[in-house]
Design a protein around this ligand. Structure first.
Ligand SMILES: [Zn+2]
Length: 389
């Protein structure tokens, strides 16, 4: 089964130039093919297929017109793909499935750089970077999202695209049944929460990343820049009554970018964190994982919880964990949110009704004494009623 993964990349300046040049050349050749076909049709009443056009371009046209040899300076695979895309557009038109192929406009149309795995070293993907033919190693912004080559996944082909100054890679990976690993004979329970992000029944504890010094510092910085931005807006309002100043507007635009970049950076750190946690948990290869069905929308309505919940990306965690489990054949069990995972004593099974949110320890009359969240993780692991995600 082929699955596509799209994520933002962080190319070097040199790579950006190469990507832009490839995309520009692909757009040119796409348009050239359409124009050439129009001309041939008007004079000879026949259609030139993409394959024939490519042969004509390489063997005849470029030899007679060496000033266009720059077409050959970019990935030939990508150029060929853009011709074949136009070929497809023509064929859809002939079958009355779509309108006559349109010329692609610079900056407006969707033109992409196509690549394909030709030899074993192509398309190698690690946690933080991917090897793209003709570009070399390109840094990934979201680490660990694309399944890595080390994990046994093979990238067949992909495309690089550009939008609003950001660059993206989208790859096709074969996620076959045969690649599923041998699973261990035990399951894991994960208790998700605000104090700690995750407490796992095998003892792993993942703290809330928002409580780390690094993120606290960035959040503080973000607040400062946001305050600075609103001051600048206020300033503009006052000054507008006197005269319009372009310098002030530019100044504001710069500040908006500053705030956006900080948001982006913080978001990347959070996403990276949950990806890492998921990778670490599934690496254990449990036969099943049990989590609680978090009432995310309910929590979002709670003023005190909503920010903490949104910033911890519980929903994204659940979705990504589900996808990873599916790929590896791990059963993801979800227990009802009314299941008393926290209030249940893991040893004797009695329910402590008066357990408060502030009680960090679970102490039972039977002598059992445990960390509250760890007790919950064990109860989740051993839950008997659940749904399979
Ligand atoms: Zn007990």
């Amino acid at each position: 089964m082929l699955k596509s993964f799209k994520t933002e990349i962080n190319p070097t300046l040199e790579q950006k130039i190469k990507i832009n040049k490839t995309i520009g050349t692909c757009r040119f050749v796409y348009n050239f093919y359409i124009a050439h076909n129009k001309k041939v049709y008007e004079t000879e009443k026949k259609f030139i297929s993409g394959m024939d056009f490519q042969k004509w371009l390489n063997n005849t046209y470029l030899k007679e017109n060496p000033e266009f040899l720059w077409i050959k300076e970019v990935s030939s695979k990508s150029v060929k793909q853009s011709i074949m895309n136009a070929d497809k557009a023509f064929k859809r038109f002939f079958k009355h499935q779509s309108a006559f192929p349109k010329f692609k406009k610079k900056g407006k149309s969707d033109v992409k750089m196509y690549f394909v795995k030709n030899n074993p070293k192509d398309c190698f993907c690690e946690r933080h970077r991917i090897n793209i033919p003709t570009l070399g190693w390109v840094r990934l912004k979201e680490k660990g999202y694309i399944p890595t080559t080390k994990q046994g996944y093979v990238i067949k082909s992909g495309i690089v695209s550009q939008k609003a100054g950001r660059y993206y890679v989208s790859v096709l990976i074969d996620i076959s049944e045969t690649e599923k690993p041998q699973l261990n004979n035990f399951g894991l329970g994960i208790d998700l929460g605000i104090k700690n992000f995750a407490v796992v029944s095998n003892g792993i504890i993942k703290k809330n990343i928002n409580k780390t010094a690094r993120l606290k510092k960035l959040e503080k910085q973000l607040k400062r820049e946001q305050r600075c931005l609103s001051r600048k807006y206020e300033d503009l309002k006052k000054r507008n009554k006197i005269k319009k100043g372009d310098a002030t507007r530019q100044n504001i635009q710069r500040q908006v970018l500053k705030v956006q970049n900080l948001h982006h950076r913080i978001d990347n750190i959070r996403t990276d964190y949950i990806n890492k946690i998921i990778a670490e948990i599934v690496k254990i290869k449990p036969s099943y994982i049990t989590i609680e069905d978090l009432n995310v929308s309910g929590m979002m309505k709670n003023k005190h919880l909503s920010k903490a919940v949104a910033s911890q990306k519980f929903y994204e965690f659940r979705k990504k964990l589900e996808a990873k489990c599916k790929g590896l054949g791990i059963e993801l069990r979800v227990v009802d949110r009314w299941y008393p995972s926290s209030k249940l004593c893991h040893k004797c099974g009695c329910i402590k009704k008066d357990l408060k949110l502030s009680d960090r320890k679970y102490i039972c009359e039977c002598g059992y004494n445990s960390d509250r969240d760890f007790n919950a993780a064990l109860n989740l692991r051993d839950a008997l009623t659940y749904k399979i995600a």
